[in-house]
Design a protein around this ligand. Structure first.
Ligand code: PDD
Length: 294
C-alpha cells in the first residue's frame, strides 16, 4: 500500500510520524474520509472544501491548494488500485515540543492513505440498531477535528449494547450519530438537525437533502427530541461509508414497523442512481433486486 506524507508517496514502512506531532499529542488537526466507488472518487471536491474550512476554523494554514489535494488523493486511489473503499486524509498542525499554544513557524503535516472496503450491504438492506448516548463532546462539532474521544466512547457504548451506531442527545435534543448524521421521517416529512455547531454538516447529509428536494419530499431542518425520534415512521443515518443506513430500532424500540421504510428505500435507490460509477457497473441493479424500492 502506498501512503502519502509531506509531498512524498511512500511504502508503509517508510512513513514515519513524530511522537511530537500535535495530532498525536493533542488531536490538533483535521481530517476527511472520501469514498471510492468502482475506482472513482465520489464528492471529492466537497470533502476537500470542508477540509480547508475545518483547517481555517482551527487557524491552521493548509500547505496545499485544493487542486494539489485533489491530485494527491487521486494518485492514492490509482497507485493502490482501489475499486471500492475510501481515502483517509489528515492534516495536523505539525511537529514541535509539547506546549498548548501554537508554536511559531510550525509546518502542517499531511498524511493520506487508501483503504479497500465493501459497501455495508447487510445494514443497507436489513437496517441497523441505534443506542442513544449523552452528547458530551465540545461545542464545535462542525469542525471535522481529530479529537474524536467523545465519538469513540459513544460508538463503543453502542457496540457494547449490540448496536451499530450511537445517537447523540444533548439537552434532550437529537443531534447526530457518533460518525454519521441522522434523519427521521414523520407523516411524509423528512426531519434533520440544522447545520450548526452541534453537528458536522455531512457531505452525505447534503446529498440526501438534495435528493429529497428532487423527489419532492418536504424537508424540515429542525431539532427534535429523543421521544419524537422514537415516534418517527422511519429513521436513518448517513455518512460516507454508511451511505443511507436505515435505523430500525433505537434503544431496542422499533421505529415504525421495525423494518426499513418506503421513503428510506426511495432515497437509497435515488442515492445509488446519482453515482455514475455504480450505475455503470450494474451495482444499482444488484441493490434493487435485493431490496425493492417500495
Ligand atoms: N465520519 N457526523 C460525524 C460526527 C461524523 O464523524 C461523520 C463522518 C458524519 C457524516 O459526514 P459525511 O457524510 O461527510 O461522511 C457526521 C467519517 C466518515 C469518519 O469519521 O469516519
Amino acid at each position: 500500500m502506498i501512503y502519502f506524507k509531506d509531498g512524498k508517496f511512500l511504502e508503509e514502512d517508510e512513513v514515519h510520524v513524530s511522537v511530537n506531532d500535535r495530532g498525536y499529542a493533542f488531536g490538533d488537526g483535521v481530517y476527511e474520509v472520501i469514498k471510492i466507488y468502482d475506482g472513482a472518487l465520489y464528492t471529492a471536491q466537497e470533502h476537500l472544501e470542508r477540509l480547508i474550512e475545518s483547517a481555517e476554523k482551527i487557524r491552521m494554514a493548509m500547505p496545499y491548494t485544493i487542486e494539489e489535494l485533489g491530485e494527491i488523493i487521486q494518485k492514492l486511489q490509482t497507485e493502490n488500485e482501489i475499486t471500492m473503499g475510501h481515502i483517509y486524509l489528515q492534516v495536523t498542525r505539525g511537529v514541535a515540543p509539547r506546549v498548548h499554544q501554537f508554536p511559531e513557524s510550525i509546518q502542517p503535516v499531511v498524511v493520506g492513505y487508501a483503504v479497500e472496503n465493501e459497501r455495508p450491504m447487510h445494514y443497507l438492506q436489513q437496517g441497523a440498531a441505534m443506542k442513544s448516548v449523552e452528547d458530551v463532546r465540545w461545542l464545535r462539532c462542525d469542525i471535522k477535528s481529530l479529537n474524536l474521544l467523545g465519538n469513540v466512547m459513544a460508538k463503543q457504548e453502542a457496540f457494547d449494547h449490540g448496536c451499530q451506531e450511537a445517537l447523540f442527545v444533548r439537552n434532550g435534543l437529537v443531534r447526530e450519530g457518533s460518525s454519521s448524521n441522522v434523519f427521521g421521517i414523520k407523516d411524509g416529512v423528512l426531519y434533520t438537525h440544522p447545520a450548526n455547531n452541534f453537528i458536522l454538516n455531512g457531505i452525505t447529509r447534503r446529498v440526501v437533502l438534495q435528493l429529497a428536494k428532487n423527489l419532492n419530499i418536504p424537508v424540515e431542518e429542525k431539532e427534535f427530541t429523543l421521544p419524537q425520534a422514537l415516534e418517527m415512521d422511519e429513521f436513518f443515518y448517513t455518512s460516507t461509508n454508511a451511505e443511507i443506513t436505515p435505523a430500525v430500532t433505537i434503544d431496542q424500540q422499533p421505529i415504525g414497523q421495525g423494518v426499513p421504510g418506503p421513503l428510506t428505500r426511495k432515497l437509497q435507490v435515488a442515492f445509488d442512481a446519482q453515482i455514475p460509477m455504480l450505475v455503470a457497473s450494474g451495482n444499482v441493479e444488484e441493490r434493487e433486486s435485493n431490496g425493492p424500492a417500495s
